[in-house]
Design a protein around this ligand. Structure first.
Ligand code: G3P
Ligand code: MG
Length: 253
């Protein structure tokens, strides 16, 4: 199996144009000709994998409190579009299964970011991978990523041959990263290392390439930055405005 990454991955669907992590956001990315999207997965209180970013419901829905303490029945009642814009009123939080149905319908590749609520790292990975294993066949267009090593370890155990990506974020001082990232990448047998823009340097990108891994960068919304990362050898970038970034990348012949 060879991972077939696109140059640009729609972040949370296409978050600059539609409410993040919704079916509408998936369709918006597809309508723009984007090949892959990234979506965040976590569990409801009663273990249903849903597409959602925050631990709290408050920012992107009309609900309140912790996702980890809310059942799927209650999540289903919430409205997840009007915070973003009146025209999106009535949108629901999708389950992973509903999102995957939309991805398949639109022939999109998928970066599933496992974003567990604290303490639910293993069970979130297991539940999400269980859903995917029943409906996803094209493993060259699927990347399982996480900041959480326990989640990636679970993925390694239950779906060893599916491509994994290690997400790295700044730790402590804004620009430092986990000094053990190379050991982690090796232990977790990842194919990609996904860097935040705050920690992305040319040297780090080259270190990743030297390990025969793919460097990815999130979240890139400035076309000039995108061209710079492209020149460094970055394979794919996550963007809220994936159409703008795609249009502005240099065509390499
Ligand atoms: O997977 C890339 C990116 O989505 C990671 O950060 O917080 O947007 O999920 P976040
Ligand atoms: Mg994410």
């Amino acid at each position: 199996m060879a991972l077939k990454l696109p140059k640009v991955i729609g972040h949370r669907g296409a978050a600059a144009y539609a409410p993040e992590n919704t079916i509408e956001s998936i369709h918006t990315a597809a309508d723009m000709g984007i090949e892959w999207v990234e979506l965040d997965v976590k569990l409801t209180k009663d273990d249903v994998p849903i597409i959602f970013h925050d631990d709290l419901l408050d920012r992107t829905t009309n609900g309140h409190g912790l996702v980890a303490e809310t059942t799927y029945d209650d999540i289903q009642q919430l409205e997840a579009g009007s915070w973003y814009g009146e025209s999106f009123t009535g949108i629901k939080i999708p389950t992973l299964e509903e999102a995957v149905d939309a991805l398949l319908e639109r022939n999109l590749g998928f970066n599933m970011e496992i974003k567990p609520c604290p303490g639910r790292e293993r069970e979130t990975a297991e539940a999400a991978l269980d859903v995917l294993s029943q409906i996803w066949d094209d493993h060259d267009r699927l990347l399982i990523s996480s900041f959480q090593h326990v989640s990636l370890e679970a993925a390694l155990e239950v779906a060893n041959d599916w491509h994994r990506g290690l997400l790295l974020a700044p730790e402590g001082d804004e620009h430092t990263i986990n000094p053990n990232w190379k050991d982690l990448a090796e232990y977790l047998a990842v194919k990609t290392v996904n860097l935040g823009t705050k920690i992305a340097t040319r040297e780090l990108v080259e270190d990743i390439i030297d390990l025969d891994l793919h460097p990815l960068i999130y979240t890139v919304n400035d076309p000039l930055d995108a061209r710079q990362y492209q020149a460094w050898g970055v394979d794919a970038m996550f963007s809220d405005e994936p159409d703008v970034i795609l249009e502005n990348l240099l065509t390499v012949h």
